[in-house]
Design a binder for this molecule. Structure first.
Ligand code: PLP
Length: 398
């Protein structure tokens, strides 16, 4: 008898978490590692949010809540969608889960059957393909190009669609590229989606982290028909520096949300009561801290993109949002360090960690091997020092 299920055996741990763990263990040994690995803001959760959590504890708000979230938080989410995207949802169309990842997981479990094809543009967030596969769906990866700003083209989308296509996963702004779709881009995608009759899962978790006046648009807001076809996955983690609080949410049709609610009721039950109260304050309270964080991210983005593009043989797309850059280092593949050849993004990431003591995440994990992902959710001094180290280390390759 096998100890582990085939399902468990088919999974590998999230690579981004693995890189961070290695960097942290080096740091624990006293090695000064600069980490561009983390997918979380380096800022602290704003005080008004912490106060709401403390109040929840003091008020004894520490018991089970309804599985899909408290009305106060659902209403804050409903108001957010109304204000930001002119989308109207009922409470029965909103589900609060234990992080955006959990929202996506529940959704995949609720709508995918064996053999359903799910189109995922690459580079993609590392967890989409495994979560689709865990639900029995088949990820269909469609490559995008740096030249096309890492956006799927309507032609490529049309070509990838078959009668088995159940959904397209959209993530704008994107992890790992920071690329974001304009309204015009989305209209063209929506045209294909409507003509082929599939769902769109729109992961909008980086909605608020955009630069230079970029106008975020939700694909669900383009028409009534697109609203029916779209399920939005969102969360408070990135916008409010609340990664540890574990609150995500979904907006979609009552039928889908109710199925997800059932799945959640048989697994985690409600997300933490205290974190729900804190998230209601995050969404409904003052937003000035978010503005400050985005301003700081924007300055770092300008610096990091500029520096990377000055390194010989490196090209880096300037993203419209999120807090990642995705530079192309492939001109260094084939070169060697002390007789060891660097052939791909994993080798290069290992080289950066071992020689430069800088943690980055290999592009292959996001389905794009010529690249490395660098998160700039880290202090400016560290960004400067980390880039100095990368630049120096690359000179060692011949
Ligand atoms: N979606 C994207 C694109 C992400 O990058 C992440 C986190 O890295 C998530 C969803 C999930 O975030 P959380 O589960 O922390 O809310």
């Amino acid at each position: 008898m096998n100890l582990l299920s085939n399902r468990a055996k088919s999974l590998k741990p999230s690579p981004t978490l693995a890189i961070n763990a290695k960097a942290k263990s080096m740091q624990a040994q006293g090695i000064h590692v600069i980490s561009f690995g983390a997918g979380e803001p380096d800022f602290d959760t704003p005080d008004n949010i912490k106060r709401a959590a403390k109040k929840a504890i003091d008020d004894g708000f520490t018991k089970y809540t309804p599985v899909g979230g408290i009305d106060e938080l659902k209403d804050a989410i409903i108001n957010k969608f109304k204000k930001d995207s002119q989308l109207t949802y009922k409470r029965s169309e909103i589900l609060v889960s234990c992080g955006g990842k959990h929202s996506f997981y529940n959704l995949a479990q609720a709508i995918f059957d064996q053999g359903d094809e799910v189109i995922i543009p690459a580079p993609y967030w590392v967890s989409y393909p495994p979560m689709v596969a865990l639900a029995g769906g088949t990820p269909v990866i469609v490559a995008t190009t740096e030249k096309n700003e890492f956006k799927i083209t309507p032609e490529d989308l049309r070509k990838a669609m078959t009668p088995k296509t159940k959904a397209l996963v959209m993530n704008s702004p994107s992890n790992p590229t920071g690329s974001a779709y304009t309204k015009k881009d989305l209209e063209k995608i929506a045209e294909v989606v409507v003509s082929k009759n599939c769902f769109v899962i729109s992961d909008e978790i980086y909605e608020k982290i955009v630069y230079d006046g970029f106008q975020f648009v939700s694909i669900a807001s383009l028409s009534e028909e697109m609203k029916k076809k779209t399920i939005i996955v969102h969360g408070v983690a990135k916008t409010y520096a609340m990664t540890g609080w574990r609150i995500g949410y979904t907006a979609g049709s009552e039928e889908i949300v109710s199925a997800m609610n059932n799945i959640q009721s048989q697994s985690t039950s409600n997300p933490t009561s205290i974190a729900q109260k804190a998230s209601a304050e995050a969404l409904a309270g003052p937003q000035s801290e978010v503005e400050k964080m985005v301003l700081a991210f924007g300055q770092r983005r300008n610096y990091i993109v500029d520096r990377l593009n000055k390194i010989p043989g490196v090209s880096c797309y300037k993203p419209a949002g999120a807090f990642y850059v995705f530079p192309n280092f492939s001109s260094y593949y084939g070169k060697s360090y002390r007789g060891k050849k660097i052939e791909n993004s994993t080798h290069l990431a290992d080289f950066f960690l071992d020689v430069a003591r800088v943690a980055v995440v290999p592009g292959v994990e996001f389905g794009a091997d010529p690249f490395e992902r660098l998160s700039y959710a880290t202090a400016m001094e560290d960004i400067r020092e980390g880039l100095n180290r990368i630049e120096e280390a690359l000179k060692e390759l011949s």
